[in-house]
Design a protein around this ligand. Sequence first.
Ligand SMILES: [Zn+2]
Length: 441
Amino acid sequence: MITVFKNGRILDPSQDLDIIGSIILEDGQVTEIGEDVEIGEYDELYDCSGLWITPGLVDLHTHLREPGEERRETIKTGTQAAAAGGFTTICCMPNTSPALDNPAIVDFILDKAASPEAGGIFVQPIGALTKGQLGLELADIAALRQAGVAAVSDEGCPIQDASVMMRAMEFCLQLDLPIMVHCEDVSLTVDGCMNDGPTSAMLGLNGIPRSAEEIMIMRNCVLALNTGCRVHFMRVSTWGGVEMIRQFKYLGAPITCEVSPPHLTLTDEAIGEFNPIYKTTPPLRSEVDIDILMQALADGTIDAIASDHSPYAPFEVEVPFEEAPMGMSTLESTLGVILTHVTHKGILTPLETIHRLSTGPAQILGLEAGTLIPGKTPVAQMTIIDPNLEWTFDAQRTFSQGKNSPFHGWSLTGKAMVTYCGNEVYRDPMLSSERYELALA
Ligand SMILES: [Zn+2]
């Protein structure tokens, strides 16, 4: 089976490629890529004029909720949502029920993700750092690594005790396994439900100070520098936190970080009349934070954009603000929001955009993804994007069970039209035949 994609704008940051050219896939694997590829016999030919052809997007930070919280999402619906969002590899977080702290759960997730009913993309489990994510005793990280986790994390339940974290880093350094950290000093966030500032004062809600995040970023930067363990900071939200990461990178700490779309586009003022859809962790901050996050994204201090897809069941979010859970459903809006509010505004070039959404995240965890170089991935992972398609995001019409999106009703420009992971796993109904002609041999 030979499939040819021609006349597309090929954006592959792994080979610093930004050309108009063709890609040939043979039996689900890239065999040729370039400006002057000779097209011989083929079974299918697609004309990608006006479209981008990129490595499949890679998400470092997804909550698939299974096992244990299937009312919110399942591996099936979460991977389908990922494919529709242009992702071919996603990393799922360990705060499931039970926590992802033993090899049996890794196997369970990999089996479910590979089943024919699932979305057809790769799921990379992230193991729990401590047993039951209780922050006290390290999980059997060596066994988790053996079972196939790409990193370990305390996501959701950050380790408070510095000595436990230091031991974790010393141990993970020996295993050459990165730690992904959610930074929060919980002694400063008790009862807090939104950013501490003028808006929280006006609404009379308990605030979460930026210090809660920044103190933990500082501690983890210091520990990473001194232990040598690779540490990845998940969805940073404050300008102070980003500046610390910038400084510790300069000092040689082996650290990376990500930002999520809500923290680049929304401030705490969006909460308005106590709308729980805008409740997340870390909380939405201010315009100044957005400005610095955008700058850091552009200069490479921020290595990756991650969805932090956190779906909830409707009954869980239709409650008063203070009782609502923290998190937003984002897999199917991430690319559109970033193209509209970052790329089309000139903050990132198209190639840099794909770097932050694909090659960068793959490199952080050493995943076989984020590249179109022949033979570098087990099967071809590719996303075809219409950068200029104007559409309205409708959270009610998503594959994800989580309809808790702050981007519902937003007008966006740019969308994943076809997602390819060994074979075609998603094709958008809005893809017009004039833009993407199929010619059968
Ligand atoms: Zn998360």
